[in-house]
Design a protein around this ligand. Structure first.
Ligand SMILES: Cc1cc2nc3c(=O)[nH]c(=O)nc-3n(C[C@H](O)[C@H](O)[C@H](O)COP(=O)(O)O)c2cc1C
Length: 351
């Protein structure tokens, strides 16, 4: 098995999966500014099992900031997870609850999409997903979770990862990993909050550290609440055995947070970061001033337009709002940008 996880220099900085956000254009931008690996939006195994080429929407659930998702257009499931070479290493995340659906979906993704890895969602607390018995509801059904992980591992040569929470009701992440660790999955991203903690509750990285120490052969990434380079470096320093970090909302409007973490690690703190050999030829200079941010905004707009056409310019509005946050004249700029109907108009507004 060609396991890309083992080839990434530590610490591994991953763009965590986000439905309605981590599309191909955004993943390309995050890779360009330092993410070592990027995850897709979650894709339904049942949709892949029954109708891989039919339209399916996963965005009408109750994630935080639902209003920011901007009514993302339903997409064919296979289209949802397609990607560009520049995104590699790229991981497709699957969610569902039927082992047979996971088995078939894994085959379809491995053969037709050909990503670098497959991830299983055991962390989603959204009502629609949880009440269906998928996402983090599966942390309470360890036997079924075992069947699911085995079904995925047995149907692909790609490395398999799982994404879990610190706990759900009485079920803990430690118990979950103890119960499943003999299955040959490679990587665990652990959101340090419990199901009850939602998206803003307390984070338990001591638990994440304990899991890494008990299962040193698994690659363990800590996720949750990393909103600045300092946050990321602090977690790595305080919990040295961890292999890396998963960043979600901290990369909103700030995809260069990955490069910022690497810079901070290189320049002044104890954890040593080693430059990856292959940075895909990207210019990784950090955009600390607004002129650079504007260039990234334009590039992001061009990439999403290329991928999704006119609808992409509608979807990019949320990103535009996040990019301008905190800069002088942000609200005026935001107002103009969300009205823009073409790349030329965006260019004009930004100039
Ligand atoms: C809008 C949104 C969509 C998300 N979609 C997914 C998803 O598809 N799969 C998943 O495992 N987690 C999903 N998450 C959870 C994130 O990957 C991450 O675990 C969580 O936001 C905590 O990290 P953060 O504090 O860096 O944002 C989503 C989070 C947000 C805010």
């Amino acid at each position: 098995m060609d396991n890309f996880w083992l080839k990434i220099k530590h610490p591994i900085l991953a763009l965590a999966p986000m439905a309605g956000i981590t599309d191909s254009a955004y993943r390309q931008i995050c890779r360009r500014y330092g993410a070592d690996v990027v995850y897709s939006e979650m894709a339904s195994v049942s949709a892949l099992y029954f109708h891989p080429v039919k339209y399916f929407s996963i965005t009408k659930n109750n994630f935080v900031n639902q209003n920011l998702l901007n009514r993302v257009k339903p997409q064919k499931t296979l289209e949802l997870v397609k990607f560009e070479k520049a995104e590699r290493p790229y991981v497709v995340q699957l969610f569902g609850k039927e082992p047979a659906h996971f088995a078939k979906a894994t085959k379809i993704i491995s053969e037709k999409v050909k990503p670098d890895g497959i991830d299983i969602n055991f962390g989603c607390p959204a009502k629609k997903v949880f009440s269906h018995g998928s996402g983090c509801a599966l942390m309470m059904q360890k036997e079924l979770a075992r069947e699911i992980i085995s079904a995925v591992c047995e149907n692909t040569k790609l490395p398999v990862s799982i994404k879990i929470r610190a706990g759900v009701k009485d079920a803990t992440a430690l118990e979950f990993v103890k119960y499943t660790a003999d299955i040959p999955y490679s990587t665990i991203m652990i959101h340090g909050r419990t199901y009850e903690g939602g998206f803003s509750g307390p984070l338990d990285f001591k638990l994440v550290e304990k899991i890494k120490k008990m299962f040193p052969d698994k690659i363990v990434l800590a996720n949750g609440g990393i909103n600045s380079a300092e946050d990321g470096v602090k977690i790595l320093k305080d919990h040295p055995p961890l292999d890396g970090l998963g960043i979600a909302r901290g990369a909103w409007g700030r995809p260069w947070i990955f490069d910022e973490i690497k810079d901070l690690l290189k320049n002044n703190v104890g954890v040593q970061f080693i430059e990856p050999e292959n940075n895909n030829g990207f210019d990784k200079s950090n955009p600390y001033d607004f002129n650079r941010v504007k260039k990234i905004m334009l590039l992001h707009a061009k990439l999403i337009h290329k991928d999704k056409g006119q609808h992409g310019l509608f979807e990019i509005r949320k990103h535009m709002s996040w990019y301008v946050k905190g800069f002088p004249g942000a609200s005026e700029l935001r107002r103009k940008l969300v009205m823009a109907k073409s790349i030329e108009e965006i260019k004009e507004i930004l100039s």
